[in-house]
Design a protein around this ligand. Sequence first.
Ligand SMILES: Cc1ncc(COP(=O)(O)O)c(C=O)c1O
Length: 339
Amino acid sequence: MENTINWSELSFGYMKTDYNVRCYYRNGKWGELEVSSSEIINIHMSATCLHYGQEAFEGLKAFRGKDGKIRIFRLDENAKRMQSSAQGIKMAEFPIEKFEEAVLKAVKLNERFVPPYGSGASLYIRPLLIGLGALIGVKPADEYMFLVFVTPVGPYFKTGFKPAPVCIMRDYDRAAPHGTGTYKVGGNYAASLAAGQKAQEKGYAAVLYLDPKEKKYLDECGPANFFAIRDNTYITPASTSILPSITNKSLIQLAGDSGLKVERRPVPVEELSTFEEAAECGTAAVITPISRIDDLDEGKSYIYTKDGKPGVTCEKLYNELLAIQTGDAPDPYGWTTVL
Ligand SMILES: Cc1ncc(COP(=O)(O)O)c(C=O)c1O
């Protein structure tokens, strides 16, 4: 099977792998991890995940190093964020140690799908937590299922590490000011589909959302956080409606340790004209430099590339992050779990 996969041609899509790992919450407690080779889940038609959006997920990656070892990036942070999402929409929290055990098991069992070093591809890991209990009233379920599957992926944006344009459209929000934007729950993604599709039809890689309350500040880019570089400073929005990106958290650390100043604060839209570089960051996007931001309502454009090339700071951070993820560089922060 692995001989037939063209690793360097992989897109960010689903491919069937051998096994997934499951666990059920019943009678107030989590059961044992179960291994399944089926891609199908059999659930009650009245399950709360289907009607009331009791669904949270995570996204993390495993990388094959030059040394042949497999490294999983920031496993513990993803486990914690899934707990936060569970609290946010009143689901049973999946224990951190069980999360880590389930992910390690899923990667190990599908080891042959971890793309080779240097292919530009990685193994995407998708943990999922859903409400199973059958209810008709709007209430949290009493039964849950945790599941983790993996799939080998290439770059999220077709352009890879090449600057891509994004747009601002004030008619759409992905989350409410004090809603569920800080949780990784399905409803936020459903709310982003219409704007995302419209942006793509117009040739943009993503929508750069503004804060939903006042539309004065930058929020985040569809499925990724936003950061900019100016005067040797890494600037990224603080907001009550964005997902706390683990990639962004890592870049903040790397930027600070390599001598950049770091500002995490509300970022007014007017600052767009002052940035030297701008980028999206996330597990899937890694760092995707932004070539241009078109403000479609105000008819303004902000350009961040020269000759279509990524900015030097984005490129440096990208290389540093990837080197830690693949094991090319030491991991002084303890971010990677070696399988
Ligand atoms: C809405 C949103 N923002 C930001 C991110 C980036 O978060 P992370 O770096 O943890 O992948 C994601 C997921 O990748 C996301 O879905």
